[in-house]
Design a protein around this ligand. Structure first.
Ligand code: HEM
Length: 502
């Protein structure tokens, strides 16, 4: 035998070995699926697996809301997902406050989002979470950061958002308002969090590599959570194929761009900067010694926290205002200050606008559902037994559509339902009935900031423009918008609008 025959023989043996290994791996997956997949043929599981719910409902959340309305306890089980879904406020309080330690995010959640979020605040429990929560709440609660953030918001509205809308109004062109708000929220959160300006809402509307990679990564990470078995995505990740290959590429890009941001921040110095990243770096002592992976996880968490949530709420708000011009007119009347710009104090006093924002988020919460894992077997206040390691999901989107929480007119957009205080002032609902910002020990740390940002934008826009939804999403005016699967809600096809000056 010569050398060529030898190497050919070796290659054949290698290929045979590879083929055999692949077959064995596939066989193990099938065996594992058969052993662990909770096959179930109840009507809920059948409808979930065959997607037959889509015949009658626009979104999965609408179907869940329908099931939960019909359940006497406000709780249902999706056995194939190993998941209990609840819209019962007593259960929500029990999980998020009373038995907080027994309902952590858990390992399955950490592994679904771990590649994207690392050990950032959203993805950890226990000591790691407590440490970041303390640091973040100190900074987000400080007067210096608040006034720095407000200055940035006001500047972004004045110098970027309003000129883009004025331009669209003058040219009579149709604009995707969802895209505009995502660009606005991305620029704003990057400036507040890292002191750097990606300039996404510049007139030329440049493509942002970071924003794009971040979108792809969060969409594909959310897809993992919806899979009937984690084995499916774990196998795809192992083989580096399909959506997992795409996710890996997107996360690599996010990592590179976050690293560039951190390098830039370190180069610029942190001592006189008020952005959150600089303050985190300064509070940990030697700036150059801070672990870059820790900072990378902070960067990604704050992008996730502050960008898509705010833009999602603003998008659905203008979709609703387009159908309710009387509400837009009432907001305009409340905010009348002549030609003077709005101050922070003035914004705080806008009770009607506050009610409009909350009523919008009741029907269209930016984070439509949230899951916890039950550490040790437990019984929820409505009598539901939850096994150890099982997933429990509370569902703000469905909860906003429950007659037992909001009354028979739950599907009507009625800001007045929030104005029950003295002199028709705004009164918040219990966060366990309205867990749009979560509730209990892990309640959102950016709530005040988000409300200020949404007030500043909505008031500036309604004072200057009429916004009318056009195109397909306008024609669907009577029905629910279709949401894209993701960590935060975004409308499929965007929100095409025509803007005209008031
Ligand atoms: C309308 C806008 C917003 C909504 C609806 C919202 C909603 C939420 C929700 C549902 C959670 C819980 C997530 C989970 O644990 O899985 C959360 C947590 C959090 N949010 Fe927000 N958020 C908004 C804006 C913001 C902004 C602008 C910031 C800050 C810049 C922020 C910072 C945070 C942080 C740091 C946490 C983690 C809290 C913890 O785990 O202890 N949020 N938010």
């Amino acid at each position: 035998m010569d050398a060529m025959e030898l190497s050919w023989g070796a290659r054949c043996a290698g290929l045979a070995f590879f083929g055999f290994t692949l077959c064995m791996a596939a066989l193990s997956v099938v065996l594992l699926l058969v052993r662990r997949w909770p096959w179930c043929s109840c009507h809920v599981c059948r409808a979930y697996l065959t997607r037959s719910w889509a015949r009658d409902f626009t979104n999965l959340g609408d179907w869940y809301a329908h099931l939960l309305r019909r359940s006497p306890t406000g709780t249902v089980h999706v056995h194939v997902l190993g998941c209990t879904v609840t819209a019962n406020p007593a259960n929500v309080e029990y999980m998020l406050k009373t038995r907080f330690d027994n309902f952590p995010k858990g390992k399955p959640f950490a592994s679904i989002l771990g590649d994207l979020l690392g050990n950032g605040i959203f993805n950890v429990d226990g000591t790691a979470w407590r440490h970041q929560r303390k640091m973040a709440s100190l900074e987000l609660g400080s007067v210096t950061v608040r006034s720095y953030a407000y200055k940035i918001i006001a500047q972004e509205v004045e110098t970027r958002l309003m000129p883009v809308l004025a331009d669209a109004a003058d040219r009579g062109m149709v604009l995707d308002l969802q895209d505009v708000f995502r660009r606005f929220a991305f620029d704003t959160i990057c400036k507040i969090s890292f002191g750097l300006d990606p300039g996404c809402l510049d007139r030329e509307m440049p493509v942002s590599e970071l924003a794009d990679a971040f979108d792809t990564a969060s969409r594909l990470s959310a897809m993992r959570g919806a899979a009937a078995s984690p084995l499916l995505w774990k196998m795809k990740r192992f083989l580096n194929i399909g959506s997992e290959r795409e996710l890996k590429k997107a996360i690599k890009l996010v990592d590179e761009l976050a690293a560039a941001m951190i390098r830039e921040r370190k180069k610029l110095g942190v001592s006189n900067s008020h952005d959150l990243l600089s303050r985190f770096m300064a509070s940990t002592g030697d700036t150059h010694a801070v672990d870059d992976k820790f900072l990378r996880d902070i960067v990604v968490s704050f992008l996730l926290a502050g960008r898509d949530t705010v833009s999602s709420a603003l998008t659905t708000l203008f979709m609703i205002l387009s159908k309710n011009p009387d509400v837009a007119a009432a907001m305009r009347a409340e905010a009348a200050v002549g030609d003077k710009p709005m101050t922070y104090e003035h914004l705080k006093g806008l009770h009607y606008t506050h009610a409009v924002l909350y009523e919008n988020m009741r029907l269209f919460p930016p984070v439509q559902f949230d899951s916890k894992f039950c550490a040790a077997a437990d019984v929820l206040p409505d009598g539901t037994y939850v096994a150890g390691d099982a997933r429990v999901m509370y569902h703000p989107y469905a909860m906003g559509r429950m007659p037992h929480i909001w009354g028979a007119d739950y599907d009507a957009f009625r800001p007045e339902r929030w104005l029950t205080g003295p002199g028709s002032s705004f009164v918040p609902a219990s966060l366990y009935k309205f867990p749009v910002f979560q509730a209990g020990l892990r309640v959102c740390l950016g709530k005040e900031l988000a409300v200020t940002e949404m007030k500043a934008v909505s008031v500036a826009v309604v004072r200057a423009f009429n916004v009318e939804v056009v195109g397909e999403n306008g024609r669907r005016a009577a029905g629910a918008p279709r949401f894209v699967q993701g960590l935060t809600a975004s409308i499929s096809g965007g929100l095409p609008v025509r803007v005209s000056r008031v």
